[in-house]
Write a protein that binds this ligand. Structure first.
Ligand SMILES: Nc1ncnc2c1ncn2[C@@H]1O[C@H](COP(=O)(O)OP(=O)(O)O)[C@@H](O)[C@H]1O
Ligand SMILES: Cc1cn([C@H]2C[C@H](O)[C@@H](COP(=O)(O)OP(=O)(O)O)O2)c(=O)[nH]c1=O
Length: 212
């Protein structure tokens, strides 16, 4: 059975959460069975790990500790929620997955993309996304969007310097080059409607290509 595991990636404030909820409603209206989830979190254990990682008070957290915690949350979320949904033939929409660790911890934190990739290969045991939509945005714009939204929690990563977030983007752009068969870049600076239209045309292209 073809599995439809779609991950959504990008710098903070790129618009992933907004677009995922629109994609979820669109696919449901078309009769698809969809599970939308997020990282870090998605299930109880991983949400608890999320609280540890993102707590702004945890300023002393070591970079490798951070990478290992994200990978641990990923493993539990994968085995408890993602794999069962894929086995049931559902479409899984995941707000962040392995590429976030490669861009944030591997590149921007300086731990090394390959080092963080090997931790995560242990965690995901080959369960890479079928397709990853990378929402490309100038981090300055993304952060302005976040700070302009009083409802949104400001987490420990949001508080990193602008140069850190610029390196996150650079890391993602390296991943687009490295995994061209899996990662598709979208221009997330467009309007919500235009970004949604771009996302849907890419996802429907993949779904129709693999229709039974
Ligand atoms: N294309 C867009 N143009 C302008 N504002 C946007 C766009 N997409 C999302 N936003 C707004 O930016 C903020 C961050 O969006 P969100 O979807 O939470 O981003 P992310 O999940 O990537 O951090 C929200 O207030 C959202 O309404
Ligand atoms: C999943 C994951 C997230 N992150 C970061 C990205 C975000 O700053 C934060 C997750 O918070 P989130 O609420 O997803 O931020 P946003 O909505 O802006 O995407 O953790 C990593 O550094 N590594 C990871 O593996």
């Amino acid at each position: 059975m073809t599995s439809y595991f779609f991950s959504f990636e990008g710098p903070d404030g790129a618009g992933k959460t907004t677009i995922i909820s629109m994609v979820e409603s669109f696919l449901r209206d078309k009769g698809w069975d969809v599970v939308a989830t997020r990282e870090p979190g998605g299930i109880e254990i991983a949400e608890k790990i999320r609280d540890i990682i993102l707590n702004p008070a945890h300023k002393v957290m070591d970079g490798r500790t951070e990478a290992l915690l994200y990978a641990a949350a990923r493993r539990q979320h994968l085995v408890e929620k993602v794999i069962p949904a894929l086995k049931d033939g559902k479409i899984v929409l995941c707000d962040r997955f392995i590429d976030s660790s490669l861009a944030y911890q591997g590149f921007a934190r300086g731990l090394g993309i390959d080092e963080v990739l090997s931790i995560n290969q242990f965690a995901i045991e080959g369960y890479f996304p079928t397709l990853t939509l990378y929402f490309d945005i100038d981090p300055k714009i993304g952060l302005e969007r976040i700070y302009g939204n009083e409802k949104r929690e400001i987490n420990r990563l949001d508080l990193e310097s602008l140069s850190f977030h610029e390196n996150v983007r650079k890391g993602y752009l390296q991943l687009v080059e490295r995994f061209p068969e899996r990662i598709v870049l979208l221009d997330a600076s467009k309007s919500v409607a235009d970004v949604f239209a771009d996302a849907i045309s890419i996802l429907m292209g993949n779904l129709e290509k693999n229709m039974p």
